[in-house]
Design a protein around this ligand. Structure first.
Ligand code: TYM
Length: 348
């Protein structure tokens, strides 16, 4: 069965939105709007899966939800033509996640590397929500029967699990799906969209570690709200090696810091890494970093300024989220009605 093409993606409101979130995800969200119906979600229910001391408590969560919504809009997501909302306003996410808790197998979740990373050594003390996190993510995507999900490389395993859940649901309930007039398959096998030169942006302090919100060093990342001075300082201080830049992309292997900065330049300029090396092959890092500072300030400066302007009017942001949630709920309710019928729940 052909499914209506639809894009869904989510970003957690856990503070410190950074260049990796922008280049790996939000910039792609903006580009996809031209060709798809898109739903972009601030996944606030995912944010509370880590300890309260990490997500920061109620006031901080509220602030961070608005900040992610502001980032979507400041980067160019159009909340009128597409849908922008926060997850907890549409109850179908939690409802479908429960059904998926009963479809997904323990063995599948035990393989999730993000759980292992986030739970660390103290697994006994991790929340049940952190463990079930990928099922909620599958529910986010499949509640809208989304066919395409733009994400960074680190989310690939979760999208693959989403496909496994969809497949098992389609198989387990094959007859019921057919009986209720949904053809051969109710859920699509969603495609991850992980493309371009910036699917995994690395830390500025260590080219083998992912750029992340939780790195204690602010110099490891560029935050979307950093001003021009901070952007310039962080790029100038970014770790590099002593060699000049290579002229060919093959010369970037085993040079993770060089590869990372060239990838960032390419993504910001909408060109390939090969194109960057045509211009900068043989250059010293000092010259290349100067050009990267100019480019990054030109592209990110206006986004940070617009985010700061938008968050000053929380009422306006909340109105966007309520409107988006109302439209999301219309689609979600249809899916949940069908899922309840397929599973055999009695409903009104
Ligand atoms: P989150 O909030 O950690 O990150 C949001 C998006 O940013 C991408 N990203 C990166 N891309 C490139 N380089 C990096 N260093 C980097 N760091 C983060 C992430 O891959 C992601 O696309 N589980 C998701 C949120 C989620 C979701 C969903 C995504 C919940 N439900 C449904 C898609 C569909 C997460 O924690 O992303």
């Amino acid at each position: 069965m052909a499914f209506k093409e639809r894009v869904f993606s989510g970003v957690q409101p856990t503070g410190n939105l950074h260049l990796g979130n922008y280049l790996g995800a939000i910039k792609r969200f903006v580009e996809l709007q031209a060709n798809y119906d898109c739903i972009y979600c601030v996944v606030d229910m995912h944010a509370i899966t880590v300890p309260l001391s990490v997500w920061g408590g109620p006031a901080e969560l509220t602030r961070n939800i608005r900040e992610v919504a502001a980032a979507f809009i400041a980067c160019g997501v159009d909340p009128k033509r597409h849908i922008v909302f926060n997850q907890s306003q549409v109850s179908g996410h939690a409802e479908l996640a429960w059904v998926f808790n009963c479809v997904a197998r323990l063995g599948w979740l035990n393989r999730m590397t993000q759980f292992k990373d986030k739970a660390g050594k103290d697994r006994e003390n991790a929340s049940v929500g952190l463990y079930a996190y990928p099922n909620l993510m599958a529910a986010d995507i499949l509640l809208y029967r989304a066919t395409h999900v733009p994400v960074g490389e680190d989310q690939k395993q979760h999208v693959e699990l989403t496909r496994d859940i969809a497949q098992k649901f389609n198989n387990d309930f094959h007859e019921s799906i057919h009986q209720h007039g949904h053809g051969e398959a109710f859920f699509p096998l969603t495609e991850p969209l992980i493309q371009g030169p910036a699917t995994r942006i690395m830390s500025f302090r260590d080219g083998t570690k992912k750029m992340s919100k939780s790195d204690p060093s602010d110099y490891s990342r560029i935050n979307l709200t950093d001003d021009a001075d901070a952007i310039a300082q962080k790029i100038r201080k970014a770790k590099t090696d002593p060699e000049p830049l290579p002229s060919e992309q093959a010369g970037l292997t085993k040079r993770p810091e060089a590869d990372n900065l060239v990838g960032i330049y390419a993504a910001l300029a909408d060109i390939t890494k090969g194109d960057v090396l045509k211009d900068f092959g043989g250059s010293q890092f000092s010259a290349f970093k100067g050009a990267l500072v100019d480019l990054a300030v030109a592209k990110l400066g206006p986004i940070g300024a617009e985010m700061k302007r938008l968050v000053r009017d929380p009422t306006a942001i909340d109105a966007v989220l309520v409107d988006g949630a109302d439209r999301a709920r219309t689609i979600a309710d249809e899916t949940m009605k069908a899922v309840k019928d397929i599973v055999g729940f009695v409903r009104r």
